[in-house]
Design a protein around this ligand. Structure first.
Ligand SMILES: [Zn+2]
Length: 321
């Protein structure tokens, strides 16, 4: 439970039809989490996701691909959070802490958020590690999935999608083949929606969120050698800068490049940035410019202040546009 056929309505390898439904079966634990969070207006339309699609472009190749995953099997919830909103990111980080605190109650087996992951499986042994596989800045993934409970048909390499206009589309299947059955581990049958302590903790957290009291942190700080993902995410883009009275812009890219300019249309002067766990520094290449700009992580989008080295070069402020 549940089988490929229950979810997609046909045997694995048979043709799919454009626009056909995906029969989404939710495990009791995922149902419980959705119902607890769903009580709050904030988690209304669009915030609680995790249903698998019929097919989608592959993350890397962009080719149309089809799979039966832990999402289709109803063992996962994706909690969508606006990565550009500091309060929402702070809420996400506090939710991760809350889920970890209540892992023995909720019995989730795996979660991912930003550059952080924790995979206790059936045990209550929490071991956070660094997540570097991308694509988890806009949601918390939490699941009750066990890869040992998946049956595969390795002989299936493509599935045909019949379009409504009579044409067909070949959907690629990953190299492991197509999952034919994904059993729920016992943890997936945990219904924790009446756990008083958990309900109270969520309610207190949401009150703090609405009061604007949650502070953002660097989640992977303790487990990632360099939280490059966080740094890049926060830094990349255009910042309005004020350097000792000069007003202009700094434009950072994700790959270590930076430039300054008087305005978006002015000549750009390039430089480079690097980051450690706790700070980001950058320099420009202009002849005679000895300055090193330094800001502490995590960056504040609305107002980041920093110092300029060597001593005596003053300070700067910047705000993300
Ligand atoms: Zn997910």
């Amino acid at each position: 439970m549940p089988s490929y056929k229950q979810v997609f309505g046909v045997d694995p390898g048979s043709d799919l039809k454009e626009g056909q439904g995906v029969n989404f079966l939710l495990c009791p634990a995922a149902t419980a989490l959705r119902s607890i969070l769903g009580c709050y207006r904030f988690f209304g339309v669009g915030k609680l996701q995790g249903q698998g699609p019929l097919w989608r472009p592959d993350n890397k190749t962009r080719l149309p691909s089809h799979a039966y995953t832990r999402h289709h099997a109803g063992t996962a919830v994706d909690i969508m959070l606006n990565e550009k909103s500091d309060p929402e990111v702070a809420l996400g980080q506090h939710l991760v802490s809350l889920f970890e605190k209540f892992q023995s109650v909720m019995r989730w087996r795996s979660l991912i958020y930003q550059d952080y992951t924790n995979n206790p499986g059936d045990s209550t042994h929490l071991t956070p590690t660094c997540w570097s596989n991308g694509a988890h800045y806009d949601h918390i993934h939490i699941d009750w999935f066990d890869s040992k409970l998946v049956n595969w048909d390795k002989t299936i390499t493509t599935v045909t999608l019949q379009n409504k206009n009579g044409s067909t589309l070949d959907l690629l299947v990953n190299t492991d083949g197509l999952a034919t059955n994904i059993d729920w581990p016992s943890a997936a049958n945990t219904d924790f929606r009446d756990n008083v302590e958990l309900l109270k903790a969520v309610s207190e957290l949401m009150a703090k969120f609405h009061a604007g009291e949650l502070k953002k942190a660097v989640l992977g700080d303790q487990v990632c050698t360099v939280p490059v993902g966080v740094t890049k995410l926060e830094l990349a883009g255009t910042w309005e800068a004020n350097v000792n009275g000069w007003k202009g812009i700094f434009v950072f890219d994700a790959g270590g490049g930076v430039s300054w300019a008087d305005s978006a249309k002015s000549t750009k002067h390039s430089g480079s940035w690097t980051a450690t766990n706790s700070e980001v520094t950058w320099k420009f290449k202009d002849a005679g410019d000895i300055r090193t700009f330094k800001a502490t992580l995590p960056l504040n989008r609305t107002k980041t202040s920093g110092i300029i080295l060597p001593d005596g070069q003053g300070s700067f402020e910047m705000r993300k546009l």
